[in-house]
Design a protein around this ligand. Sequence first.
Ligand code: AMP
Ligand code: MG
Length: 335
Amino acid sequence: MKTKLISSGDEEGLKLAASLLKSGKLVAFPTETVYGLGANGFDSEAVAHVYCAKGRALSNPLSLLLADVSQIEKVVTDVSDKAKKLIKAFSPGPITFVLKRKNIVPNIVTNGKDTVGVRIPDHEIARKIIRLADIPIAAPSANTSGRPSPTSAVAVFDDLQGKISAVVDGGDCAVGIDSTIIDCTQEVLTVLRPGVITLEMLRQVVGAGSVQMKEDIIEENHYAPSAPMFILEGAPNKIEDEMKNYIRKAVDEKKRLGIIASDELIAGISNDVLTYSYGNRGDMKAIAGNLYRALRFFDDHKVDVIYAEGIDKMGIGLAIMNRMYKASGYRIITL
Ligand code: AMP
Ligand code: MG
């Protein structure tokens, strides 16, 4: 199959993307978080192809992307007042709400669960395609399972070229990490995956006692670059010193090293090593936007090992470190 590239400015192309989706084909498109791999959420066969194209375990359920808040009640039921408040406060946006599904949602979308994740992306192109298709779109991230999520059309092509019908190119994703996921099916709501809508932001809307954070589950092979990756945590000067040690050792051992770190740290180390800056220290938005790009950069450059500067787990920092830990397989060096 030849994968068609559609520009987001091409009106006819967007109509084609929507009709491909409606007819059961797979189309990747941009959202504000990461690129999604879309399929008709009412078409079991199309949804099955999503699992195949990504190499995703059938046991890992998909979420549905919707064009507007008003469509939520078409696919879910029993939306509590707290859930309604959060939907009102944060949708459209980078947050997925897990709610009780209606039977109209096929089993294969949710792996037979009686709940389904729903999200309204804050992205004009995404919503336009979904609106034109006029169906809920089952859409996980448009990467091969286990790899870093894609934040550009090129990254989608790298993983899925030849396996899907089309990619809509809408440039780089503004947020750059996957949505917050919140389970709204119990009295106390639970954040299943942290994101840029933080626990603090959710608690401000429904009260501190109403939202809890799920303990992190250690999963292998998530967001992982090809090379082994280590996270360095501690005071910035200690991390910098340790990075310099690794650089010296790598030169001795003739290993290709990749370093993911802040501008400040990179300014202090040798130019001879391959580095990728995720932005200024403390600029959480920049770091979220650059993280997956950095991981894919080092895949392209085929390094032997990656060392990354860890950040404070405050606010969005928690979501960033959640992805970094998973990408590194929890290889954490505390200094
Ligand atoms: P992705 O679309 O690749 O960002 O992955 C979606 C994430 O949402 C996965 O981690 C799923 O396990 C999670 N998810 C989707 N639907 C549900 C659900 N009904 N209950 C709990 N988690 C879900
Ligand atoms: Mg994913």
